[in-house]
Design a protein around this ligand. Structure first.
Ligand SMILES: N[C@@H](CCC(=O)N[C@@H](CS)C(=O)NCC(=O)O)C(=O)O
Length: 226
């Protein structure tokens, strides 16, 4: 087991959060170094081949890409967050591979410049959410609350950042998108209530996220204005 873990982070990056969630789920102590992605320091560009966060520096050796970081952590520290059954493990990995398709379905709602684009995003999202609803029904051996059932898994760590951001927006947007997806809604609620997830972001996360929406001129930011 390594001695030091340092997570190179930005304030609202969901991929950084995924790494932080896995660290927390395993009870690994880690330091966080925040960088400004608009003004990346030279030392960061030297250790991050694509200039992206997260980087996890493990005893001075940098690891990059959130999926590789999560898999590394799962190999070196207990409790294992992958199921022990190889078939279940492969299916879980397939669902984490789905994130790059899944996340734009949700961010396609709140990262839009106009109300019309936001509504288009809302119209398109159910097809993607329905796939997860079906997967949850099939992958669970019981009532949850997590993707595989009672144990928190790598799939939960990967999806939680995106479910947290959507839940934050939905509190104000009130679109009702998830009303037809009770298992997905319950999964999202469970993750958003978990200390592992809520503690994986800075305490000012909500304000930072909304400020970011405003800075980028996204329509939903106007709904948060008093
Ligand atoms: N595939 C990467 C994505 C990481 C990513 O997109 N990070 C963003 C912040 S959320 C970033 O560092 N962007 C800076 C840039 O592209 O210049 C991973 O999973 O780690």
């Amino acid at each position: 087991m390594a001695e030091t873990y340092r997570l190179i982070s930005s304030l609202t990056c969901p991929w950084v959060q995924r790494a932080a969630i896995v660290l927390r789920a395993k009870g690994i102590e880690y330091e966080v170094t925040h960088i400004n992605l608009q003004d990346k320091p030279d030392w960061f560009l030297e250790i991050s081949p694509h200039g992206k966060v997260p980087v996890l520096v493990v005893d001075e050796r940098p690891l990059f890409e959130s999926n590789a970081i999560a898999e590394f952590l799962d190999e070196v520290a207990e409790p294992r967050l992958h199921p022990s059954d190889p078939i279940k493990r492969a299916r879980n990995r397939a669902w984490t591979d789905f994130i790059p398709t899944f996340s734009p379905a949700l961010s396609g709602i709140y990262y839009t410049k106009t109300e019309e684009e936001m509504k288009e995003g809302l119209k398109a999202a159910p097809v993607t959410v329905a796939k997860l609803e079906k997967a949850i029904a099939e992958e669970r051996g019981n009532d949850g609350p997590y993707f595989n059932g009672a144990s928190f898994s790598m799939v939960d760590a990967a999806y939680a950042p995106f479910l947290q951001r959507f839940a934050l927006v939905e509190r104000t947007l009130q679109s009702g998108l998830l009303k037809d997806f009770p298992l997905f809604q319950a999964w999202s609620d469970a993750l958003n209530a978990s200390d592992v997830v809520t503690g994986s972001v800075v305490p000012t996360f909500e304000a930072e996220f909304i400020a970011n929406l405003k800075r980028r001129g996204h329509y939903v930011a106007t709904l948060f204005e008093e």
